[in-house]
Design a protein around this ligand. Structure first.
Ligand SMILES: [Zn+2]
Length: 453
């Protein structure tokens, strides 16, 4: 039944690819009105919030997305029980579900996918997808991103290399690749790289997906002669795919990596085509708008956040939602022929890896996305400063009234676990509480990793 639902969504997604610009805009508008009508009826939070801004159910036909007030993660988390449109989802029950490690890889109540966000914007949160929303998302990825041949008689070998062991966007989507078409291998950036190489070598994937930086590490291993695999497709997301990474992936496997734009709030928003003119926005299922603000150091205008509307999520509506990502909407269509509008300059997070010496004289790393997901109640920000090949300092800024000892102990334990899992007992670190972690003067943002090497 689920497979039938997924296949029907794939057909729907495929059909939208042959629509004209006007037809896509019309489809987007009709889906928006349908979602808005449903949300006003079933979400107490949105109904009251919109009413405060003079928007009532009777106005639906005249309302455009630009008439609606924006929402942010804090509002959705704070009012979670009233945001969702179904009574079986409550913040408390979801939090309990997330806390129990037994639930990794499981759906809440057997039917809702729970995706947790990192604390990179200060506040961790979670987003819920019901079966229909999840299948729309999977259809978008299968049809427009991974483009794998769906052949039950010849299942594709699909390897994911990223942060596993949690309800994170990348691993959740990868783990749920339909088994009838895919044989899936999940590898963690927390595992020693030698072990990952051995598993991937043995598995011989046809498709590799993961963070641009982690997939690039595999390409480097191949170029150094430590890995010998011949994937047909490489799909990256999450962090920035730099030109060097793209070139190395091409040198390693003769493949042009496919880069797509995703967030926990919608794990498939846009994808690059082979012409590399930018990302094509899946505007049949999303609205995107770019907002500008002032750079904290230079005082110049800069694109600072993005408003995103997810048109397929009915159980937890995400409408005119502020994401802290920089994008620039393109004015022209791409010469490739796809009518999906363009966006550029996704200033994806570029954080450095922490490369260390291993006890046997080799090298292994801590992945920046691992640092982003470290959290402790009372911790405001964390930064790791690498000062040698075998040591680093963890700098912590606390919330007012935080219990310093508890925060420090918790972060120390989490870091020790990471090092243990990576088999890096030789790495020494100290935890330092600081008044403030300064913004990076170049980007105007917080950096999770700095180096003195
Ligand atoms: Zn294109």
């Amino acid at each position: 039944m689920d497979l039938f639902n997924l296949l029907s969504k794939i057909i729907q997604v495929k059909q939208a690819e042959s629509l004209s610009t006007d037809e896509l805009a019309e489809l987007q508008r009709s889906r928006f009105q349908k979602l808005l009508a449903y949300t006003l009826k079933h979400s107490n939070f949105y109904r009251e919030y919109y009413a405060q801004h003079g928007i009532k159910p009777a106005h639906i036909k005249e309302i455009s997305i630009h008439d609606l007030p924006t929402v942010n993660k804090h509002q959705l988390m704070e009012n979670f029980d009233d945001v969702v449109t179904t009574k079986d989802l409550t913040k408390q029950r979801i939090q309990e579900f997330i806390r129990d490690p037994q639930n990794i890889g499981r759906k809440f109540l057997g039917k809702y996918e729970v995706i947790t966000t990192s604390g990179s914007t200060g506040e961790p949160g979670f987003f819920i997808y019901d079966q229909s929303a999840w299948n729309t998302l999977r259809a978008l990825i299968l049809e427009r991103v991974s483009k794998a041949e769906l052949n039950p008689f010849h299942r594709a070998r699909f390897a994911f290399y990223g942060v596993t062991g949690g309800h994170y966007a990348g691993v959740s989507l990868a783990a749920d690749a339909p088994r009838v078409f895919f044989n899936t291998l999940l590898c963690s950036v927390n595992d020693p790289i030698q072990e990952v190489i051995r598993r991937i070598q043995e598995f011989q994937p046809n498709i590799i997906s993961g963070y641009a930086s982690s997939v690039h590490t595999l390409a480097e291993q191949q170029l150094q002669g430590k890995l010998d695999i011949w994937p047909k497709r490489v799909v990256c997301s999450a962090d920035h795919l730099t030109e060097t990474m793209r070139e190395n992936i091409f040198k390693a496997w003769g493949i042009d990596a496919t880069n797509f734009y995703a967030a926990s709030e919608s794990i498939g928003i846009a994808v690059e085509c082979g012409l590399h003119t930018g990302f094509h926005i899946f505007n049949d299922w999303h609205y995107l708008e770019s907002l500008t603000s002032v750079h904290p150091s230079t005082g110049e205008g800069m694109s600072a956040s993005t408003l995103m509307t997810n048109l397929y999520n009915y159980c937890m509506p995400v409408i005119n939602y502020e994401m802290y990502d920089e994008i620039e909407l393109g004015e022209n269509l791409c010469p490739c022929g796809w009518q999906f509008p363009m966006m550029r300059n996704v200033a994806g997070r570029v954080e450095e890896f922490l490369w260390f010496k291993t006890p046997d004289g080799g090298h292994d790393y801590l992945h920046p996305l691992n640092i982003v997901v470290l959290a402790a109640p009372g911790m405001q920000r964390l930064q790791l400063h690498q000062d040698s090949q075998e040591s680093f300092i963890a700098r912590i800024a606390l919330e007012p009234e935080a219990d310093e000892t508890r925060v420090v102990d918790s972060i120390r334990q989490q870091l020790q676990l990471l090092l243990q899992q990576k088999h890096l007992p030789n790495i020494y670190f100290q935890v330092e509480v600081v008044d403030e972690i300064p913004l990076d003067p170049v980007s105007g943002k917080y950096k999770f990793i700095t180096k003195a090497l």
